[in-house]
Ligand binder design. Structure first.
Ligand code: FEO
Length: 396
C-alpha cells in the first residue's frame, strides 16, 4: 500500500527489513533498507524509480492497488542499478509503450541489463517535464554514484528526488526524518556516504554547490533509500558538504588482527599512549576479523588518523587486514594520517608491507611503525605506550 507524502505524491516503494548485505557482500546493512519509489498524480501521472528484482511482483501488485497502471504517463528512472530498476521488466510488461525518461547513460544501462527496446526519452540537465500544476526538472549527477545518475526537482511541491544521494540503508515504517531514531539514521547516512559515495566526493561537492546556486525552494528531499528529509531538509545537504570535504573528527582509530593476542596487546598499549598524550581525542579499537568491515571503514572515515596492525603471517599480513587495505585504497580517503604495528616471529614483514599499502592508498604514513618479536613483555608494552604518545605528536 502506498503512503501519502503530499497531496500529489505517494510513496509506493518496498521496505526491505531483512536485507543484511548489499552489493553482494560488499556492504553490510544491519538495519535493512528500502527501495523508495514515488507516484506523482497531477494532470499527468509519473512514477519515479522502481524496486529491487526480488520484489518486482510485490512492487507491481502494490502499485496496482494505488493506481490503474494504464494511467501512468511517464516512468522516470534516475539511476538504473538493479535495486531501482529491478521491477521495470514486470512493470513494462503491462505498460510497454509508456516512455521511460532517463539519461543517455541510463538508457544504455537499462538496455544492457534487460535487453528490451522500450520507449526511451533521454534527458539532460535543465530538461523539464510538465505534469500540469507541477513540473519536473532533471539534473544530471554523473558518478553519484553511477554514470547514469540524475536528480529530479519537482516545482510546485518543492521536492528534490535524489535517488542514492542523501539516502541510507535504513528500514522504517515511518517515512520522515522527524519520526525515527535520528542518531541511527545519521549513522546509516554516514556509513552510506563513506562506503558508496566517498570515492566520488569531488563530484558530490561540485553537484551540491551547483544545486544550491539554483536557489530552489526546498520542502523535502526524497531519496530512493531510507527516510525522507522533511524537517529541515537541508541538514543532510550540510552534512554532505562536510563529508565530501576531507572529513575528519577528533578521533584516532586502531584496527588490528591478531593470531595469539600479541598484536591485540600492542593495540591496547598504543591506545593507552594516545590517550595519555591527548586525553581529548576519541580513541576506538576494532578487530579487523571480528568487527564489521563497513563499520570499521566508517570509523576510519571519521578519524583524523588511524593505525593498522597485523601479525606477520606467511611473510605478509592477515586476510582481514588485506581486505580492509584494499577497500581503503578504493574509497580514496583524504586527509588521513596512519601508521602500522604488529608482532612477528621471524620474517616480520607485515608492518612494512602495511605501510606501503597505506601509502599507495594516498594515506600519509607518519613513520615506520612499530613491531615486536614474539609476545610483548612489560618493557615492550611500555614502548608501545610511548609509541602511542609519539604518534599523537607526529600527526599534530
Ligand atoms: Fe541504490 Fe546505486 O543504487
Amino acid at each position: 500500500m502506498g503512503k501519502q507524502i503530499t497531496p500529489k505524491v505517494t510513496w509506493v516503494g518496498k521496505i526491505d527489513w531483512e536485507l543484511k548485505t548489499f552489493h553482494g557482500d560488499e556492504l553490510s546493512t544491519h538495519r535493512g533498507s528500502s527501495y523508495n519509489s514515488y507516484l506523482i498524480r497531477d494532470k499527468k501521472t509519473a512514477l519515479i524509480d522502481t524496486a529491487w528484482i526480488p520484489y518486482d511482483k510485490e512492487f507491481v501488485a502494490g502499485l496496482k492497488q494505488e493506481v490503474d497502471l494504464k494511467q501512468i504517463d511517464y516512468v522516470i528512472m534516475q539511476h538504473n542499478e538493479c535495486d531501482h530498476s529491478g521491477a521495470l521488466v514486470e512493470l513494462m510488461r503491462e505498460i510497454p509503450d509508456v516512455p521511460i525518461y532517463c539519461t543517455a547513460k541510463g538508457e544504455a544501462i537499462i538496455r544492457g541489463h534487460y535487453h528490451k527496446d522500450w520507449n526511451f526519452v533521454n534527458v539532460k540537465t535543465g530538461d523539464t517535464l510538465d505534469l500540469g500544476d507541477t513540473t519536473l526538472t532533471f539534473v544530471e549527477a554523473p558518478m553519484l554514484h553511477w554514470p547514469d545518475t540524475m536528480f529530479t526537482y519537482m516545482s510546485g511541491e518543492n521536492i528534490l528526488f535524489s535517488n542514492d544521494g542523501f539516502g541510507q540503508h535504513y528500514a522504517s515504517e515511518s517515512l520522515f526524518n522527524d519520526m525515527v531514531d535520528i542518531d541511527e539514521v545519521y549513522y546509516e547516512a554516514e556509513k552510506y556516504y563513506c562506503n558508496i559515495l566517498n570515492l566520488y566526493s569531488p563530484m558530490a561537492l561540485k553537484k551540491i554547490k551547483e544545486i544550491l546556486a539554483m536557489n530552489l525552494p526546498l520542502d523535502m528531499i526524497c531519496p530512493s533509500h531510507g527516510i525522507i528529509w522533511k524537517n529541515n531538509p537541508t541538514q543532510i545537504v550540510e552534512k554532505y558538504l562536510q563529508w565530501a570535504d576531507a572529513y575528519q573528527e577528533n578521533q584516532i582509530t586502531l584496527v588490528y588482527d591478531t593470531m595469539w593476542q600479541s598484536t591485540r596487546l600492542m593495540a591496547q598499549a598504543i591506545a593507552k599512549g594516545i590517550q595519555k598524550q591527548d586525553p581529548q581525542v576519541r580513541v576506538k579499537i576494532l578487530n579487523a576479523a571480528k568487527d564489521d568491515k563497513n563499520d570499521i571503514l566508517t570509523e576510519i572515515f571519521r578519524s583524523k588518523a588511524f593505525l593498522m596492525g597485523s601479525p606477520t603471517i606467511n611473510n605478509g599480513y592477515s586476510y582481514a587486514v588485506a581486505g580492509l587495505l584494499e577497500m581503503i585504497k578504493g574509497l580514496k580517503f583524504k586527509n588521513k594520517k596512519a601508521s602500522a604495528f604488529g608482532s612477528y616471529g621471524w620474517s616480520g614483514d607485515a608492518v612494512k608491507q602495511i605501510s606501503e599499502k597505506l601509502q599507495q592508498a594516498g594515506i600519509t604514513v607518519v613513520d615506520g611503525g612499530i613491531r615486536e618479536l614474539w609476545v610483548p613483555d612489560q618493557e615492550m608494552l611500555d614502548k608501545c605506550v610511548q609509541y602511542g604518545q609519539d604518534f599523537v605528536k607526529a600527526i599534530e
